[in-house]
Each structure stands twice: as structure tokens, then as C-alpha cells.
Design a protein around this ligand. Structure first.
Ligand code: HEM
Ligand code: HEM
Length: 174
């Protein structure tokens, strides 16, 4: 186990970064398939996992954020203000998207047991909260696509800096 330091991210930070990258990759695969090929065999396989994996990612991003704050003083410094703002944007979206998804789920009054854990019991349909379902309908998917775009930019910039310097990839890998 290595801790975070000024030159590299430690074991816990790396595990959270790459584990969540994998989980988010799964989420984007499920969302893209659902929007382009609803009713395909792949959609039938991926879509039922969307809410469950998304809820797990919500929990992980809270842990990751707490860990980042606890280690803020000993992490590698951002290469610039834009990189710092980009990382903050990624965090903001990683929290907001599943939170809004869960809020819509609660507002719908339907029972919800992510990964089999009972979180919301079902309620009468007349207790549904319209602003919650409206907010989810208006923002959840849109912010999800914005996170995909920001992530593509993030990965692009990681490889850009590898060529133009400073190479930040070894901080998170190797
Ligand atoms: C980080 C986690 C998440 C990401 C990145 C994400 C991303 C997305 C995206 C991009 C869409 C649009 C798909 C389309 O247009 O067909 C979508 C749809 C949806 N998501 Fe998520 N999601 C996440 C978590 C959740 C959670 C936790 C729930 C529920 C508890 C949820 C429920 C839904 C539902 C019901 C839809 C279909 C309705 C709609 O398009 O808004 N998602 N999600
Ligand atoms: C192939 C995919 C990815 C690559 C190559 C990559 C690469 C990197 C690198 C090199 C760093 C260190 C940057 C620095 O210290 O200046 C970093 C940090 C970071 N990355 Fe990624 N990344 C990937 C996927 C993702 C995804 C999917 C997310 C979330 C949507 C993400 C969010 C972050 C955040 C928030 C940081 C700041 C450190 C932290 O708090 O974890 N990355 N990434």
C-alpha cells in the first residue's frame, strides 16, 4: 500500500480512480446501447444493471471525495487551473447524476432495492413527487452525456500532456 504523495497517487486513490472508470465505462455502455439499440439483446443485458451499478458508483464517489479531501495536501499538484477545474467538474457530475437518478426514483413512489438492498419502499402512486421526477427527466440523461464528453476530454488531455509534458499518466498508472 503506497500513500498519496506529491509525485504520484497512492494505492487507494488509484483503486478508486480505475475502479470507478470501469464502472462508468459500464454505465456509458448501458446508456449508449439504451439510446441507440433499445430492445436489442445487448440492451436487455446491460439496461437492467444501470440503476444498480449507478447506485454503487454514487456510494464510491462519496468515499472518493472524502478520501481526496483527506489527502488534498499530499497529492500531486494540478498541471494548471483548467485541469483543477476539470477534475472538480468530473466530481460534481459524478455526484449529481446518480443523485438526481435516485431522487427521481424516490419521487416516482416505486420501491427501489439497488443490489438487493431495500432503500425506498414502494408508496401509493398519489404520493409521487412531480418536481423530483421532472428534474430527473430534464437533467439526468443530459448531465450523463455531459459527463461522457468531459471524460473524453479528460482522457484526451492525459495523453496530450504525455506528448507535450508534463507527463501526468505515471502519477495514476505505473
Ligand atoms: C454515475 C451514474 C450514472 C450515469 C453516468 C448515468 C447516465 C445515464 C445516461 C447518459 C442516460 C441517458 C440514456 C438515454 O438517453 O437513453 C441515463 C438514463 C437513465 N438513468 Fe442513469 N446514470 C447513472 C446513474 C443512474 C441511477 C443511480 C439511476 C436510478 C436510480 C439511473 C436511472 C436512469 C433511468 C431510469 C434512465 C432512463 C430515463 C432517462 O433517460 O433519463 N441512472 N442515465
Ligand atoms: C482511460 C481512462 C482514463 C485515463 C487515462 C485517466 C488518466 C488520469 C490521470 C493521468 C490522472 C492524473 C492527473 C493529474 O494528476 O494531473 C487522472 C486523475 C483524475 N481522473 Fe482520470 N483517467 C481516466 C478515466 C477517468 C474517468 C472515467 C473519470 C471520471 C469520470 C476520471 C476522473 C479523474 C479525476 C477526478 C482525477 C483527479 C484525481 C482524483 O481525485 O481521483 N478519470 N486521470
Amino acid at each position: 500500500m503506497t500513500p498519496d504523495s506529491a509525485t504520484r497517487y497512492g494505492t487507494v486513490s488509484r483503486t478508486l480512480h480505475w475502479g470507478m472508470a470501469l464502472g462508468l465505462g459500464w454505465m456509458f455502455a448501458s446508456a449508449i446501447t439504451h439510446s441507440l439499440a433499445e430492445k436489442s439483446a445487448l440492451d436487455a443485458f446491460l439496461w437492467p444493471t444501470h440503476k444498480h451499478v449507478g447506485s454503487l458508483l454514487m456510494l464510491l464517489v462519496l468515499l472518493r471525495g472524502a478520501w481526496a479531501l483527506m489527502n488534498a495536501g499530499r497529492r500531486p499538484p494540478s498541471v494548471g487551473t483548467l485541469a483543477h477545474l476539470g477534475h472538480l467538474g468530473l466530481y460534481g457530475l459524478m455526484v449529481a447524476i446518480p443523485f438526481i437518478g435516485l431522487l427521481r426514483q424516490y419521487g416516482s413512489a416505486r420501491a427501489f432495492s439497488p443490489l438487493g438492498l431495500p432503500v425506498f419502499p414502494g408508496r401509493d402512486a398519489d404520493t409521487a413527487v412531480k418536481w423530483m421526477t421532472d428534474l430527473g427527466g430534464a437533467l439526468h440523461g443530459e448531465l450523463g452525456w455531459a459527463l461522457l464528453a468531459l471524460t473524453v476530454g479528460h482522457v484526451f488531455m492525459a495523453f496530450w500532456h504525455r506528448r507535450r509534458g508534463p507527463d501526468v499518466l505515471p502519477r495514476m498508472l505505473g
